[in-house]
Design a protein around this ligand. Structure first.
Ligand code: PEP
Length: 249
């Protein structure tokens, strides 16, 4: 971990019921969490209100997506205004499932990021390469292109956390090694230095996501440029998520 405050997000994806979420919230409320860590959970939209009404204020709430602008005639979408109205401080954008399963592109994601920031909602900006891109030696190119799309769209990085999530590591149980993750995090920071500013490069937290669990998080957290985690599967288990939050050394 570097000098920025450690940041751990739990992405619950499209999982849960009123009952299972009530149990998860109660486990999180009972967990001992290191004080010097920003902790955020991202429930499915339908359960955000339930979570906000029952979860300790110690943990902030994020949306998993949002619309590109002000709400209106956009059937099935959720606006940033609505996300804010329910008390969310963050939104996850550019997640690989939205890029590769739903088909969102860089420009669309950039618009969402710009609008969310304009409304005071922080952005967890996800980037990451596919397995075939890594094997073709294109990891940095892909990550830099996705970063550039965010950089071109947003006026400031003040309220942005970058999540490096290699797609081959998401939900596969194949975690990146601490060295593999660190290598990309350093490259991302260098890119920010060269293309944004040295200040943004040193201040912006770069978190890792992809099969993080209670057993591998402390080794990853030791790396200088890993400033936290975005956790999928293991965030559905309160005690394990707490272990990951507390893995900062
Ligand atoms: C994610 O979806 O952001 C993620 C990292 O998932 P998992 O931890 O399940 O690999």
């Amino acid at each position: 971990a570097g000098s920025g405050k450690f940041f751990v997000g739990g992405n619950w994806k499209c999982n849960g019921t009123k009952d299972s979420i009530s149990k998860l919230v109660s486990d999180l409320n009972n967990a001992q969490l290191e004080s010097d860590v920003d902790v955020v959970v991202a429930p499915p939209f339908l359960y955000i209100d339930q979570v906000k009404n029952s979860l300790t204020d110690r943990i902030e709430v994020s949306a998993q997506n949002c619309w590109t602008g002000k709400g209106g005639a956009f059937t099935g979408e959720i606006s940033v205004e609505q996300v804010k109205d329910l008390g969310c401080k963050w939104v996850i954008l550019g997640h690989s499932e939205r890029r590769h399963v739903i088909g969102e592109n860089d420009e669309f994601i950039g618009k969402k990021a710009a609008y969310a920031l304009s409304q005071g909602v922080g952005v967890i900006a996800c980037i990451g390469e596919l397995l075939q891109e890594r094997e073709a030696g294109k990891t940095f190119d892909v990550c830099f292109q996705q970063l550039k799309a965010f950089a071109d769209a947003i006026p400031s990085w003040d309220n942005v956390v970058i999540a490096y999530e290699p797609v081959w590591a998401i939900g596969t149980g194949k975690v990146a090694s601490p060295e593999q993750a660190q290598e990309v995090h350093v490259a991302v920071r260098d890119w920010l230095t060269k293309n944004v500013s040295a200040e943004v490069a040193s201040k912006t937290r770069i978190i890792y996501g992809g099969s993080v669990n209670g057993s591998n998080s402390s080794d990853l957290a030791k790396k200088e440029d890993i400033d936290g985690f975005l956790v999928g599967g293991a965030s559905l288990k309160g005690p394990e998520f707490a272990t990951i939050v507390n893995s900062v050394t």
